[in-house]
Write a protein that binds this ligand. Structure first.
Ligand code: BEZ
Length: 252
């Protein structure tokens, strides 16, 4: 069952705005120049899209979530946003750059996403992206799956894509994108408040799939919080075991 089919944009901005804040350093890698055409793939509520526009670029924010786009359009009515899936989006003409922060791990058809990104770029255009890499949220993922299985859901799985550098570099090369620089690194991520992990799982838990009921989901969520508290929670802050994959690649 799917716990929630769309995102909660207000929870995202209220409790999970670190996702966008960490994206600031990814945006620096983009080195936007005035007059460039840029796609912000997986733009969420649009804050980084607006920063790209503020740097003088012409930007289109793309997201699959109607709730996120509704908030993005109301926050930034002057900007262009488009609903599309990252695995098969199309643009009217090729652009200078595709930027993506904390989105590509949601796209299970990673090859479709890389193909679409490559098709969207001019020769010499660049992809600058960051998302979850191999080993991302390993403790949370394994505790939640263990608890779902413990509740009787034997087909529990999750729907995220966390590749290694080698795996992703091969995919980029297959679709005409030359990796210039790639990094895989730990980025322990704080979530404030005793209910921090619960808020995180409430927003992102819909990526866990299987034959469970809402009651089994809630039981697994509470058990996961209990199991991880001794190692992840200290003095009012949860520290989540994020690992990031950063990519700069050029269209050949
Ligand atoms: C991430 O940004 O790595 C992430 C966010 C939500 C769920 C899983 C991973």
């Amino acid at each position: 069952m799917a716990v929630s089919s769309d995102w909660n944009a207000s929870l995202y901005d209220a409790r999970l705005n670190f996702v966008t804040s960490y994206g600031e350093s990814v945006l620096e890698l983009l080195e936007v120049k005035p007059g460039e055409e840029v796609i912000d793939l997986g733009c969420g509520t649009g804050r980084l899209t607006a920063e790209i526009a503020d740097a003088g670029a012409s930007v289109i924010g793309i997201d699959a979530s109607p709730a996120m786009l509704e908030t993005a359009r109301s926050n930034y009515p002057q900007l262009r946003f488009m609903q599309a899936d990252a695995s098969n989006f199309k643009v009217e003409h090729p652009v200078d750059a595709v930027f993506s922060n904390a989105a590509l791990h949601w796209v299970l058809d990673a090859e479709g996403a890389v193909r679409s990104i490559s098709n969207a770029l001019k020769p010499g255009g660049r992809l600058v992206a960051e998302f979850g890499g191999k080993g991302n949220i390993r403790s949370i993922e394994s505790a939640f799956l263990r608890n779902l299985i413990g509740c009787g859901c034997h087909d529990a799985a999750h729907a995220w894509y966390f590749p290694s550098i080698g795996e992703y570099a091969s995919l980029l090369e297959k679709h005409g994108l030359e990796p210039a620089t790639m990094w895989l690194f730990d980025r322990p991520t704080p979530m404030e408040g005793e209910d921090g992990l619960k808020a995180w799982l409430t927003q992102f838990g819909h990526a866990f799939t299987g034959c469970f009921t809402p009651e089994q989901f809630d039981e697994s969520l509470n058990k996961t919080v209990e199991d991880l508290k001794p190692t992840m929670y200290r003095e009012g802050v949860w520290t989540l075991d994020y690992r990031r994959l950063r990519v700069i690649a050029r269209k050949l």
